[in-house]
Design a protein around this ligand. Structure first.
Ligand code: THG
Length: 802
């Protein structure tokens, strides 16, 4: 075992504190790259590391957080990725003591992955392999991924790290006080996805004080058995006499030590506002505690960007919706051939509404490029539901494409006991952090007896274990055979369920409805078999959740097996059913009007159909203004409402905004000559001293998609340059962002300077540490709590002004 992993088994290690703010105090020039200092002023960086080593840090973190190609390109340093990262590790090594671990810092790129942004999985993978291979070659002891907001970007970064080195990995995300990342991921989903990828330590940094970080880690602990890391800011920043301070004293940073250790936190460090004094206090307080820790038992969860679902263990049987499958479905097959996703979107939403916990996705039908179709299906489903996925294909190419598109831990359906399948599919599950369905059949076909199926299951399990795929992540399909063909074999299937559970301790799955092929009243037979299978311990069922008879059986069995405490769910479902009109199939099939279709395309972020819908609307005689005001805009307003209610998150908002843009562009072509004028010109910048730009970039994207002209000046921008540009471009508004409390004052400086220079513009401020009160205090015209609010408020102000 790696020396670092041995060390955290024995004791809690202390990791160092803030780097960026320390460098600024020591002369990092405004507008300069912090990582560039590794080449320009290595002695300054080394001095900071030395202070942390002297303060007792067991782990010091390299100055390479923004050392990836897109970030360095902002400073014209993109050709020095290797040098900068290698220097970062070497500087650390010079400052390190003999026992000090060097953790190489890796941060976000500032780009978004498809379909929300334009970076492909493979491009992002290249970006991270470039940086991480340099960090590993230079001799770092471990890699630490910090301050990630997008679980998909972090997922690619980790897959890249695993491809180029076998160093221990720590992965940390940043959550806001509502308990999600800016892109909508809660700690539980983060923990499941990261755990599946083989990360060694997971946790959270920045954003919150130690109490907030503790609450985040408690949520992670509910779904993971991994060691945790806490890297809090020094308290929640406050404004005192116009100066921002981190109020957390070194002593306060240690107040949660006991609870953190009991939770299984094995690395404690600091983020914004922490200094060597904090690190020293945190280290010396540790000696007072018993640092023994026993990892809890592992359980299997699947995840999406926003949700987790447990499979196996004590959890009740999970419903896997079967309807996204072209078998016997002419309409869906035709859509697959045409590259359309309407059926997929509709069935995803309807099956989830009917009670599906997971969605099976199958795109395999003749005449279809399956890898492309599966990628499209994963994107489409992720856009309309947060339900974790089951990728149903026997093609390794299609599975890999689907796994790249996924944003969480999926279930692969499936691998068989055949050598060819084992060799191709299991490594995919390992690489992309997926659980796997193992079919209890091999080259000789479906074994006759339960015992023979158990043997195949054992082979699959052994092969998975050999690749370090945990046994909890292997789910065995005991194979439902059509009862009309051979009646005795349904008993063998039920017996196999018991054997796999009792002999191997594995969870089981069945495609239940296969049982009734070829017989009349299929639901009668299927529901009866389902009930029997549940009694035999079935943990996941591929069924049609819109089939009431199947769901009736499941809800009843949950009561009978004691999985529905006090029959609460049963009562909630059947208790007041008298008044509720049965949802009629007719209502579902009612065709939507063109206005509704336009709105729906915006809500679902369906870029592929919006242009042709606009054409259709024009053909039906709608005026461009009607199309915009009665179709597209109501859709966008609904997006805003759902975002406000936490029903959807930023990735969907961004996709909707882009769909809006696509629709608008089509309208623009229509009214040639008649220029669709820009709603206004907005200059955006992160203020001097601040190098965070993710929030600002999101606001830029949304403003552009809503029809504004945006001038993005980047980050760490001095007030003088903002004024110069605002004058030259005659902008209508200036939006300023600050993420660090140390840079809050710079907003005031910039706004004052704009006023003194006589530049008449609206000012808007935002960023994690900015409050409505602070905005008012410094005389900003607008405050926005999130990107969507920024767009709405700026729109209100500029349009009113006209
Ligand atoms: N095990 C595993 N995966 C599976 C299966 C399994 N995946 C595919 C299948 N079996 C489970 N999924 C379905 C999907 C659809 C139907 C049955 C099982 C089905 N289709 C109707 C038909 O073909 O007649 C069409 C119904 C309709 O048009 O709505 O019944 O066993 N691991």
């Amino acid at each position: 075992m790696h020396r670092f992993l041995q060390a955290i088994n024995k004791q809690v290690l202390v990791l160092d504190g803030a780097m960026g703010t320390m460098l600024q105090e020591r002369g990092l020039a405004p507008g300069a790259s912090p990582e560039g200092m590794n080449l320009e002023q290595p002695q300054v960086v080394e001095a900071v590391h030395r202070e942390y080593v002297a303060a007792g840090a067991d782990i010091i973190v390299t100055n390479t957080f923004g050392g990836n190609r897109p970030k360095l390109a902002n400073y014209g340093l993109e050709e020095q990725v290797r040098e900068i990262n290698i220097a970062g590790v070497e500087i650390c090594r010079r400052a390190a003591g003999e026992q000090t671990f060097i953790a190489a810092s890796v941060g976000p790129t500032g780009r978004f992955l498809e379909p929300v942004g334009d970076a492909s999985f493979d491009e992002m993978f290249e970006i991270y392999t470039e940086q991480i291979s340099a960090l590993a070659e230079a001799g770092s002891d471990l890699i630490t991924f910090e301050t990630f907001l997008d679980i998909r970007e972090l997922r690619v970064a980790i897959i890249a790290a695993k491809a180029v080195c076998d160093l221990p990995l720590m992965a940390l995300m940043t959550f806001d006080d509502a308990g999600r990342t800016v892109l909508g991921t809660p700690p539980e989903a983060a923990a499941v996805t990261l755990g599946a990828l083989g990360v060694d330590v997971i946790g959270s940094n920045c954003g919150l004080g130690i109490e907030g970080i503790f609450e985040i880690l408690e949520k992670m602990r509910s779904v993971t058995n991994l060691p945790l890391i806490a890297q809090a800011n020094a308290g929640l920043p406050e404004l005192r006499d116009g100066v921002t301070v981190f109020p957390g004293t070194p002593e306060e940073m240690t107040a949660y030590h006991q609870r953190l250790i009991e939770l299984g936190v094995r690395v404690i460090g600091g983020c914004c506002g922490t200094t060597p004094a904090h690190i020293e206090a945190m280290q010396s307080a540790l000696t007072a505690f018993d640092q023994q820790w026993q990892a809890p038992t592992r359980r299997c969860f699947l995840s999406s960007r926003t949700q987790v679902v447990e499979v196996g263990g004590d959890a009740a049987c999970a419903v896997i919706g079967e309807r996204i499958n072209p078998t016997g479905k002419k309409g869906y097959s035709a859509e697959l051939r045409e590259g359309k996703t309407a059926y997929i979107r509709r069935e995803a939403q309807q099956q989830v509404a009917a009670g599906a916990d997971l969605l099976d996705v199958n795109c395999g039908t003749p005449g279809v490029d399956e890898p492309v179709a599966l990628e499209g299906a994963v994107f489409a489903i992720s856009g309309v539901t947060g339900t974790p996925l089951v990728l149903d294909s026997s093609s390794p190419e299609a599975l890999e494409r689907g796994l790249k598109a996924a944003d969480g831990k999926v279930l692969i359906n499936s691998v068989s006991g055949e050598e060819k399948s084992l060799a191709a599919i299991l490594p995919l599950a390992k690489k992309y952090g997926a659980a796997i369905i193992g079919l209890a059949l091999d080259g000789a076909g479906i074994p006759e007896t339960a015992n023979d199926r158990l043997q195949v299951a054992r082979t699959i399990l052994d092969r998975a274990l050999a690749l370090d795929i945990p046994r909890e992540d292997v789910v065995i399909d005991c194979l439902t055979l059509t009862v009309s063909a051979e009646q005795k074999r349904s008993a063998e299937t039920l017996q196999a369920l018991r054997l796999v559970r009792d002999e191997l301790g594995l969870a089981t799955v069945l495609g239940v409805s296969n049982i009734s092929f070829g017989l009349p009243s299929r639901p009668v037979l299927s529901a009866a078999f389902f009930t029997m299978a549940l009694e035999a311990g079935l943990k996941a069922a591929i069924i049609n959740p819109k089939d009431e008879r199947m769901m009736d059986a499941l809800r009843a069995v949950k009561v009978l097996l004691g999985q529905d405490l006090r029959a609460e769910k049963y009562i909630a479902h059947y208790g007041q059913q008298v008044a509720a009109p049965a949802p009629s199939a007719a209502a579902d099939d009612q065709p939507l009007t063109i206005r509704e279709l336009l709105a729906k395309a915006i809500i679902e972020g369906d870029r592929d159909v919006v242009a042709s819908l606009v054409d259709q609307a024009l053909n039906e005689g709608l005026e461009p203004l009607q199309i915009s005001n009665e179709g597209l805009l109501p859709g966008l307003e609904e997006v805003g409402r759902r975002f406000g209610k936490n029903q959807i998150f930023l990735p969907q908002v961004m996709m909707s905004a882009e769909t809006m843009q696509t629709g608008f562009n089509r309208l623009k072509e229509e009214i040639h000559g008649q220029q669709m004028e820009s709603l206004g010109k907005v200059l955006m910048a992160t203020v001097e001293g601040d190098i965070h730009d993710i929030g600002k970039n999101i606001v830029c994207t949304l403003l552009e998609n809503h029809g504004f002209e945006v001038i993005d000046m980047g980050k760490n921008v001095p007030a003088a340059r903002i004024i110069e540009r605002a004058k030259a471009e005659q902008v209508d508004a200036v939006g300023l962002s600050a993420l660090m409390t140390t840079t809050l004052e710079q907003m005031q400086v910039t706004i004052d300077a704009l006023r003194e220079a006589g530049v008449k513009v609206f000012t808007m401020v935002g960023g994690a540490v900015v409050t409505e009160n602070y905005a008012a205090e410094i005389g900003a015209d607008l405050y926005a709590a999130d990107a969507l609010e920024a767009v709405a408020k700026i729109k209100g102000l500029l349009l009113k002004d006209r």
